[in-house]
Design a protein around this ligand. Structure first.
Ligand code: SIN
Length: 283
């Protein structure tokens, strides 16, 4: 029987009591998808999954999303490695860098699955912020102002030839693809409506949101900064610690996330897939 355990954060839960590998019971998948709509961060502890089984699990949530800037695992075009070797000196991928995965795409991924292979004995948590709760806590006049705006998203700061990964001072084990096409900008509604729940969320993040339509970039940076401070308040955030074989599923339409470090000298390896999304719905 599926057991749903709530966490201290109202948007994160743990699911146990079932084996995902080879699970064919469509009613169980329906219950998982329903639970995911209520809890956009879902942990499934103790789920040993081969890469093929992770791929099969992903397809119960939709088509595969595209990972343009990280080369996939050989023979598995929809799976990437989030990897840092024990002797690696480059900062952990996405450490302290709050983002919604690939938000600069025209149709950003609906969700992401991350499956733990090697987990360090200390550190390496993934942290989340609930952008729906943050939106709903704003005064009504702020909500109205934001609903009329479009934010500009781009991969420039990370993946362009001028970006952070092109200028890594240390060798990195992750297979990052740097490209000039990462400079492209894409506008999305600053407040989006979730296609399943109908709830509104702030759809901005400090890594990929590089401007606001109709504003100078410097003005946009100043405008966005207090919003990020608001979104990252403790009452909207949740910290997920890892164990080997844990699967984590999150909803990029509702949460932003960041990796954390704190495990120098230890290896960390996870397999990641994304679930294709839909065009961002404005209010
Ligand atoms: C990611 O941003 O997809 C990676 C998160 C993590 O490594 O904890």
């Amino acid at each position: 029987m599926i057991k749903i355990t709530e966490t201290a954060a109202p948007f994160a839960a743990t699911i146990s009591g079932l084996k995902l590998a080879g699970l064919e019971d469509e009613s169980a998948w329906e219950e998982i998808r329903r639970t995911w709509a209520a809890f956009p961060v879902l942990a499934f502890p103790n789920q040993p999954l081969s890469i093929e089984e992770l791929e099969a699990v992903t397809t119960h949530f939709g088509d595969f999303g595209v990972d343009l800037y990280v080369y996939p695992v050989d023979g598995h075009p929809n799976v990437i490695e989030i990897r840092r070797d024990a002797d690696e000196k480059a900062p952990p991928f996405a450490a302290d860098a709050w983002h919604s995965d690939w938000s600069f795409f025209e149709t950003p991924p609906a969700g992401t699955l991350l499956h733990a292979q090697i987990i360090p004995p200390v550190g390496g948590d993934t942290v989340f912020a609930d952008c729906t709760a943050a939106y709903e806590a704003l005064p009504e006049e702020d909500q109205q102002e934001l609903e009329g705006m479009k934010a500009l998203h781009s991969a420039i700061l990370g993946y362009s030839t001028k970006g952070a990964f092109a200028n890594d001072a240390h060798k990195r084990s992750m297979k990052i693809r740097v490209s000039e096409d990462a400079e492209a900008r894409h506008a999305h509604p600053l407040v989006r409506v979730h296609p399943v729940t109908g709830r509104k969320s702030l759809f901005i993040n400090p890594v990929y949101t590089v401007g606001i339509e109709g504003m100078e970039d410097a003005e946009a940076t100043e405008f966005l900064s207090p919003l990020y401070t608001h979104m990252l308040q403790e009452q909207f955030t949740y910290r997920q610690s890892w164990a080997p074989d844990m699967l984590l599923l999150w909803d990029n339409r509702r949460v932003i996330h960041a990796a954390s470090g704190g495990y120098d000298g230890h290896a960390r390896l996870l397999h990641r897939t994304t679930i294709a999304g839909e065009p961002v719905i404005a209010t």
